[in-house]
Design a protein around this ligand. Structure first.
Ligand code: SF4
Length: 400
């Protein structure tokens, strides 16, 4: 028997993560031509857009947006730059924006300022005549890229052989449509960072084991929260036969965690939390559950992006918050809560490099194209994949 072993490769999105990290607090957009000098590999644009100043782009985007009018809805993920989020008709995390995409049936076009898997989900949940546009096609997600469908199918086959069907696949929203479809056709489900515990309970009512994709940390934190010992959670390395384990080890596990992670949330550490507590004795620490388990355990609170926003917005004036999530959002919460002290746990200003790829020049380009009657960068999921993914998404919507 020939055992297939692929070489481990680091997603380009992961490599780029540090391209825009800086110690300076200011994260202001520069002309696209200058941002490309960081050596990133973004979608090519007509040269005129490369040279426009941030001010020129802002005026141009504003006028183009007015011209398109109500035929368009613009969705903006919380991790987008300020220069982009100001044009969002609705802001949210990936789950909230997907629900919005499903409900805004009057708009002909949905411009999704986020990353690729979000635009795919919007396409799956929106109406058949609506067109979803991702301004920069290279805006992916390093975590989603860590679960390639061929590797996941190999893993699924191995688990079927070893466990004989006693396993439910759960995929985090942050995954490709093909992974959601695999869950849909195999009695599995999609989850978000806020409803992951509910989906685990749903799965354990059906089978004795769970395969969780693609974020090992959200999976481990969720399992722990439900009282599952970390020793009963096994990490599946897609680059090794049987994920790097014996059949007996796989058979004994309750949760199989895919070896994926978020390059933004794994920057946070227990040392940073201790430093924040030493500098600010009154500080409350809130982190996202994509962080390491030790970080989640050391924090006062943890939850989804929407949870972090809510808990800080509703805290009393004078509160002090150290936040373990994407810095563009942390800076925005700080600006919108001037009566509180709010700072990112990581002193290096390090935005999500793939969210950062939605530079204003791309937004200007797609708006101009729509006004010229041309839909560029449309994200379209093939009908079979969309149907199967919708099954897994609807299972989630039925339990939350
Ligand atoms: S913050 Fe992490 S999970 Fe979210 S888009 Fe960026 S890399 Fe992906």
């Amino acid at each position: 028997m020939v055992i297939k072993v692929r070489e481990a490769t680091i997603p380009i999105t992961e490599i780029e993560q540090s391209a825009f990290c800086q110690t300076d607090e200011e994260l202001k957009s520069k002309p696209l031509e200058e941002e490309l000098e960081a050596g990133v590999q973004w979608q090519k644009l007509p040269i005129s857009y490369l040279k426009m100043s941030p001010e020129e782009l802002d005026t141009r985007i504003f006028e183009a947006r007015q011209q398109i009018g109500e035929r368009l809805v613009v969705l903006g993920h919380h991790y987008q730059r300020n220069e982009i989020i100001k044009y969002a008709d609705f802001r949210g995390d990936s789950f909230k924006l997907s629900q919005l995409a499903a409900s805004k049936r009057d708009a002909e076009y949905i411009v999704f300022c986020g990353v690729h898997f979000m635009a795919e989900t919007a396409d799956i949940l929106s109406g058949p005549d609506q067109k979803v546009v991702l301004p920069n096609l290279t805006a992916g997600c390093s975590m989603a890229d860590m679960a390639q469908i061929d590797d996941v199918m190999d893993c699924w086959d191995d688990l079927q052989n070893v466990m004989g069907g006693d396993v439910t696949p759960i995929t985090y929203m942050n995954s490709a449509a093909s992974i959601k479809a695999l869950c849909g056709r195999n009695e599995g489900i999609v989850c978000t960072s806020s409803n992951a515990p509910a989906t685990f309970k749903w799965a354990f009512e059906r089978t004795g084991k769970v395969l969780f994709l693609p974020d090992q940390h959200l999976g481990r934190n969720t399992g722990s929260r439900l009282g599952i010992d970390t020793a009963d959670m096994l990490l599946w390395n897609p680059f090794k036969p049987m994920g790097g384990h014996t059949e007996d080890e796989v058979r004994a596990a309750k949760v199989i965690l895919w070896q994926g992670h978020c390059s933004v949330h794994t920057r946070f550490s227990v040392d940073q939390i201790e430093q924040a507590r030493s500098n600010h004795p009154d500080v409350q620490v809130v982190v996202h559950p994509e962080c390491f388990k030790e970080v989640v355990d050391a924090a006062d609170l943890n939850g989804s992006t929407e949870y972090i926003l809510k808990v800080i917005n509703e805290s009393p004036p004078g509160s002090v918050w150290a936040v373990g999530t994407e810095v563009s959002l942390v800076n925005r919460i700080a600006q919108e809560n001037p009566d509180k002290t709010i700072f990112c746990l990581d002193s290096v200003v390090c935005p999500c490099s793939t969210m950062y790829r939605i530079h204003p020049a791309y937004l200007s380009w797609v708006f101009d194209a729509l006004n010229a009657g041309v839909v560029v960068n449309q994200i379209s999921v093939d009908p079979t994949t969309a149907e199967e993914a919708r099954v897994a998404l609807n299972r989630m919507l039925n339990i939350v």
